[in-house]
Structures are given as C-alpha cells and as structure tokens.
Design a protein around this ligand. Structure first.
Ligand code: CA
Length: 229
C-alpha cells in the first residue's frame, strides 16, 4: 500500500514517514501544495494524508480537485485547525477521515488501516485465489495449509496481484506501487524481473494453483493454473 504525506512541517512529515515505512507502507512525501499537485498528476497512491494549511495553498482545494478529477485515492485530512466547520467541509468534499493535530502516531496507523479496509470494500481481511490465501494484516501467505515464506517485496508484489486477479498489470505500474515513485526513472526493470522470478518459483514449488503469468512486453497477471479450481 502506497501513501502520500502532504505536510509542510518537516519534523512531523519525517516522523510520519519513518513510522509508516516501519509499518511496511511505501511512503512518498510532498511539503507544499504545488509539490503535492505535481505528484498527484503523475503518480497514484492508495491513501493521502493531507494537511489543510499549506504554505502555498489550502489542502481542501486539493481534495476538491482530486474528487473533481474522479481520483480514487483515500484521503485522511490532518489538521491543526480542529474546527467542526473544516471537518464537515472536508468530509463533504469526500475525505475518508479527519484527524486533528496533535495526534498519536498509533491513532494515525489505526485510521489508515481502517480506511484501507473500507477501500477494499468487503471488510474481509484475507485474499484468496486458488489454493493461495494471503493475510495482509499478518503478512502471511498460505498455499493450502502450508505457510509460504516470502521476502518483503515478494509479499508486497503478491498482495498487489491478489487484489487484482486477472488484471494485466504493467511492470512500471507494479514497480511504482511496490517500490515507490521515481522507479519510473529507472532505466530498466531488472529489479522487478528478479523479484518476480523468485516469487513465481516459490509459488510453483509450493504447488500453488495460481500463476503470475508474464505477458511479453507489457507486464504480468494473476491467473489460476488449475482449471478445476
Ligand atoms: Ca501545515
């Protein structure tokens, strides 16, 4: 899951970034309205933590803009202006949640998890495809009854595909979602190929009835290998 932190106060931005990275999120940051606007024009995120009072603009305008463009990012407003008016306006504009400053970092994490659960829609914490079961909260994967041991990025890749069965995923989109922004400036995707190769081998060796099928020149998609499954 990839998060954009829009916050102009450096110490808070750093603290949030460090905390969320430790919780295995892919984290990007923007310190101004314009920087956030630029990033959102190019990259996609699962969740945006949005400060309202930015040096060069109002975070609520950014939220308004996002919703107007039909962007699907979840938005949690973080604001020092703990006014009912801001909260109501923010939620009316389509924010998913509102967190007044100062807040405890554990509270922030809980809100993000809750928003993530809601955006997945089903409230079901596990993803199941074929005989593979992935628990995103516990970072565990099972093939049948057997637990599969995956490295962090392998897990993140599999989680990404388990949420999008049958969808053709461009390798640059995958790289951005799992490794973060700026990988699109990488001159090749060798790191993606290397991790995919290991993950595909592990799935095969464990007898998984799913496969991350390479689509030449484009990317990958998760398909069921067992026609009876
Ligand atoms: Ca601020």
């Amino acid at each position: 899951m990839k998060i954009l932190i829009v916050e102009d106060e450096p110490s808070l931005r750093e603290l949030m970034s460090r905390t969320l990275k430790a919780e295995r999120y892919v984290v990007e940051t923007a310190s101004t309205y314009v920087e956030a606007e630029d990033k959102l024009a190019v990259y996609t995120y699962d969740c945006i933590l949005l400060d309202i009072m930015l040096p060069d603009g109002d975070g609520l305008r950014l939220l308004e803009q996002l919703k107007k463009e039909g962007k699907r990012e979840s938005v949690i407003i973080i604001s020092a202006r703990d006014s009912l008016e801001d909260k109501v306006l923010g939620l009316e504009l389509g924010a998913d949640d509102y967190l007044p400053k100062p807040f405890h970092l554990m509270e922030l994490s809980a809100r993000i998890r809750s928003v993530a659960r809601r955006s997945r829609g089903d409230g079901n914490r596990e993803f199941v495809q074929g005989n593979v079961r992935l628990d995103p909260a516990a970072y565990r994967v099972f093939v049948g009854e057997q637990e599969l041991s995956l490295l962090r990025k392998e897990f993140d890749i599999l989680a990404y595909f388990m949420q999008r069965p049958g969808h053709l995923v461009d390798k640059s989109v995958l790289a951005e979602a799992v490794w973060g922004d700026h990988v699109d400036q990488a001159d090749n995707y060798h790191f993606v190929y290397a991790q995919m190769k290991n993950l595909r081998r592990k799935l095969e060796e464990a007898g998984a009835t799913i496969e991350l099928k390479a689509v030449y020149g484009f990317g990958y998609k998760l398909v069921l290998t067992d026609q009876n499954a």
